[in-house]
Design a protein around this ligand. Structure first.
Ligand code: NDP
Length: 399
């Protein structure tokens, strides 16, 4: 029986708390976040005596150390924002607790996400005998596990990887983001990037797009983006010649985003407003719907998977592995929408891997560095069933 501390009581934090409460392996759960009322509302919805709550400003490591020393969890699951990653890793080192997150560190004043800051903790975690698992949501997260699983069971060499992420759901709002708006908009408005033949190639934001078919959904316009798991997969999957990431957006979403960008509302530098300094993107976040509030009326499915091509026994092999997730079913089960659900469930499975000793080794790791099998075994039972397509024509034969 293990104890888990969850940091962040947003859309993803709610799913993680619900799912941890449902696992016999977790005897006690502490949900801590900046606004304690959100923790309390989630705990009330779960209705289990296992779940305790606390107020926490996780930007200050000493606050977290105090809670960790009092509660003494076996693992900390960080589902606050990427800005808190380093302070939470520092706190885990000081308190001697394993760490897991779903998004890599970003400095608040630069829209740049890369693993360098967190990979720099490698020696400290190793020396402390602690495990840190980075990017254990769906993408990053399951996409890395899918790729490791493909390499283990279906390929001698992987040559190309195309991760495709479709949200074909509808929440009925004119414009909203499915996870934290500030992080989401920073991700999408930056220049696109993909890996080919040993180098990174850059493109203008959202300038390359094709209709790509998704199971049970059909064709959706999909945009080439930079996504953080590309960095670790290029490093950890030997022989990879090309790695790309595609995400669907509706025309209405892109139009709203273009207008917001054109009028300066996506800026992340400070501007003076009525004698006060404000960051336009943070102000925009304050007026947009919270991701967790979209859940009630959300219909339709998400579909995220990996198209992989390479060699098996001297022959070309094509392989597609994916999960489809229904927003309304997520709401029925845990009161959340599909994006929060597909992120939160893998974080819980990652934590289970650590506390069961299956992914427990000292150092800082990305998910594809571990044995994918026990993780894949739990995905379906915990709510994210996956499917495979082997040696069928790929949409990327032409793209
Ligand atoms: P939300 O904005 O809904 O929730 C973030 C939560 O973190 C809020 O409760 C917020 O508190 C809390 N928080 C923010 N700053 C602090 C702080 N300094 N101290 C303590 N708590 C803080 O975001 P989501 O739940 O949608 O996303 C959570 C994380 O999941 C993000 O890092 C996101 O990038 C990641 N993600 C990963 C995905 C993947 O597949 N790998 C996909 C989607 C999201 P308050 O309520 O007071 O604002």
């Amino acid at each position: 029986m293990a104890r888990v501390m969850i940091v962040g009581a947003g859309g993803v934090g709610s799913v993680v708390a619900h799912k941890c409460a449902a696992q016999a392996e977790f005897s006690e759960i502490l949900l801590a976040s900046r606004t304690v009322a959100k923790c309390e509302a989630i705990a009330a919805h779960i209705g289990s005596s296992k779940v305790k709550t606390a107020a926490l400003d996780a930007d200050i490591a000493s606050n977290t150390v105090k809670l960790l020393k009092d509660f003494q969890p076996d693992i900390l699951i960080n589902v606050a924002l990427p800005y808190q990653d380093l302070a939470l890793m520092d706190a885990c080192l000081e308190a001697g607790v394993d760490y897991l997150d779903t998004a890599n560190y970003e400095p608040p004043d630069v829209a740049k996400f890369e693993y360098s800051w967190q990979w720099a903790y490698q020696d400290r975690f190793k020396e402390a005998g602690l495990t840190a698992i980075l990017g254990c949501g769906f993408d990053p997260g399951v996409t890395g596990v899918f790729t490791a699983y493909a390499l283990k069971h279906y390929f001698d060499e992987i040559h190309t990887l195309d991760i495709i992420d479709c949200n074909a759901g509808s929440h009925g709002k004119a414009f909203a983001t499915n996870f934290n708006p500030e992080i989401n908009i920073r991700e999408i408005t930056q220049r696109g990037r993909y890996y080919e033949n040993g180098e990174w190639k850059e493109i203008d934001p959202l300038s390359v797009h094709y209709p790509i078919p998704y199971p049970e959904i059909g064709e959706k316009e999909s945009y080439l983006l930079y996504h953080e798991e590309l960095e670790s997969l290029v490093k950890n999957i030997p022989g990879l010649k090309r790695a790309r990431f595609w995400m669907t957006f509706s025309e209405a979403y892109i139009n709203h985003l273009r207008v917001l960008e054109a009028v300066g509302m996506t800026r992340i530098d400070e501007v003076e407003y009525q004698g006060q300094k404000i960051v336009p993107l943070q102000f925009l976040k304050a007026v947009l719907p919270e991701p967790s509030s979209l859940a009630e009326d959300y219909t339709g499915q998400t579909s995220i998977g990996c198209w992989i091509e390479g060699i098996k026994d001297g022959k070309v092999r094509k392989y597609y592995v994916y999960n489809n997730c229904d927003h309304a079913a997520c709401y029925q089960e845990v009161g959340s929408q599909g994006i929060s659900y597909t992120t939160g469930v893998p974080a819980v499975i990652g934590a289970l891997m650590v506390i069961k000793g299956l992914w427990k080794k000292p150092g800082v790791f990305n998910v594809e560095e571990f044995d994918p099998d026990p993780f894949m075994e739990l995905l379906g039972p915990l709510g994210l069933p996956w499917h495979e397509v082997i040696d069928q024509p790929s949409p990327f034969d032409q793209i």
